[in-house]
Design a protein around this ligand. Structure first.
Ligand code: SF4
Ligand code: SF4
Length: 382
């Protein structure tokens, strides 16, 4: 896991404290979606399919600060939509840094050249640039030619200006392990501070439903990729060793959706960053009123293929605190990429999917139109 030592030490101390105090469920990273408007329309995106009234909603600076104060997570990842379309984003980032939080600002990079000077390099601040592979892979994934070149220019610019810079790479079922490995080599050669890699979650509203990975294919794909890089040791990933080990089929994990809770323009999303089955007004309500046992692989049809970091990284981190010796062979030899895999969770007793999206949208629209919600204090898109 290649995060700065001070960050690893602080997050590690936080996690150990949660365990020592017997806290069963705790947040590691606040996932923040302060708007859903985006300047791209990627085929695998499940976040932007909203009417204009909702796309025009913004969480205000005050709401963003309340979210981190309420949940107390040591880190915040800002996504969307495209966060650089939010006029108050520099102030929001500054506010989190002043609260001594680690801030990851995710962007498709289209606006970085224009906006980068609104931000200052800081050891607690990292740009995370959306890059789903080499030029052909990425431009296909985001459905717009030329986007890869813009992202590469943005990475170079951010590094020149002294920012910590990583990429977030989502893989689909057409990923070629050889090409992904070559892409990771290229990224490391550019001096990136890390790679966050994850299989795409099968969003029910994504325009392209043909290219999502199931769990079996995910495990095989990650073995094929990591096997080309010394069990993953060749590259610097931002994720924990045990999460990578899980992706490669060597761990049987249940998800911890509370570890990366999502606060968005609708409230606190139940149960996780990926699934919008309801919204809570407060973090306390999210934690206390969500029936967590109804969700997860084996419990719910919509979870069947999920291996995404926002569900399983928290489980891997908790495991590394409880059983630190499990990390030793990975540190020495890298992730195991051959031999039998760990058993997967059976799906025989999962409950069928419920489809709530239209109801949430109607409720949110009714509130907007009654003047009870957005466009909010953050202002309209620039
Ligand atoms: S850049 Fe991100 S938010 Fe925008 S359409 Fe693509 S996946 Fe969705
Ligand atoms: S498996 Fe867990 S993290 Fe994944 S969608 Fe289901 S509840 Fe969310």
């Amino acid at each position: 896991m290649t995060i700065p030592f001070r960050q690893a030490a602080r997050v590690g101390a936080y996690v150990v404290k949660q365990h020592l105090t017997g806290r069963k469920r705790y947040p590691l990273v606040l996932m923040l979606e302060p708007l859903y408007r985006c300047n791209l329309a990627c085929a695998g995106c499940g976040k932007i399919d909203y009417p204009d009234d909702i796309l025009n909603m913004r969480m205000s600076y005050e709401e963003c600060m309340e979210a981190i104060d309420e949940c107390g997570a040591p880190a915040v990842s800002i996504a969307g939509g495209e966060p650089l379309l939010h006029r108050d984003m520099p102030r929001i980032v500054k506010g989190f840094i002043e609260r001594n939080k680690f801030v990851i600002l995710c962007t498709n990079a289209l606006l970085m050249a224009k906006k980068i000077d609104d931000y200052e390099p800081n050891p607690n601040f990292t740009w995370s640039i959306h890059l789903d592979g080499d030029k052909a892979m990425h431009d296909k994934s985001v459905c717009q030619k030329g986007t890869y070149d813009v992202a590469i220019a943005a990475i170079k610019l951010a590094k020149e200006k002294g920012f910590r810079t990583q990429i977030n790479c989502t893989l689909f079922n057409d990923a070629d392990p050889e090409k992904v490995a070559a892409f990771f080599d290229e990224m490391m050669a550019m001096g990136l501070d890390g790679i966050t890699v994850s299989p795409g979650y099968a969003y029910e509203r994504a325009p392209d439903q043909q290219h999502f990975l199931d769990r079996e294919r995910t495990r095989k794909l990650f073995r094929d990729i990591l096997g080309r890089g010394n069990g993953g040791k060749k590259w610097q990933f931002t994720q924990s060793e045990l999460f990578l080990d899980f992706l490669a089929g060597n761990q049987t994990y249940e998800c911890s959706p509370w570890s990366m809770p999502l606060r968005c323009v609708f409230g606190w999303q139940k149960p996780c960053y990926l699934l919008g089955e309801g919204y809570a007004k407060t973090f306390k309500e999210l934690m206390e009123d969500t029936d967590w046992d109804k969700y997860g692989v084996g419990n719910y049809e919509k979870c069947a293929n999920c291996m995404v970091h926002c569900g399983f990284e928290g489980t891997a981190v908790a495991d590394s605190v409880k059983r630190p010796w499990k990390m030793l062979p990975i540190a020495v030899r890298g992730v195991k990429t051959d031999g039998p895999m760990a058993p997967d969770i059976p799906l025989t007793n999962q409950r069928p999917a419920e489809y709530n999206f239209s109801r949430h949208v109607e409720l949110a629209l009714a509130k907007v139109r009654a003047g009870k919600a957005g466009p909010q204090k953050g202002g309209a898109a620039s």
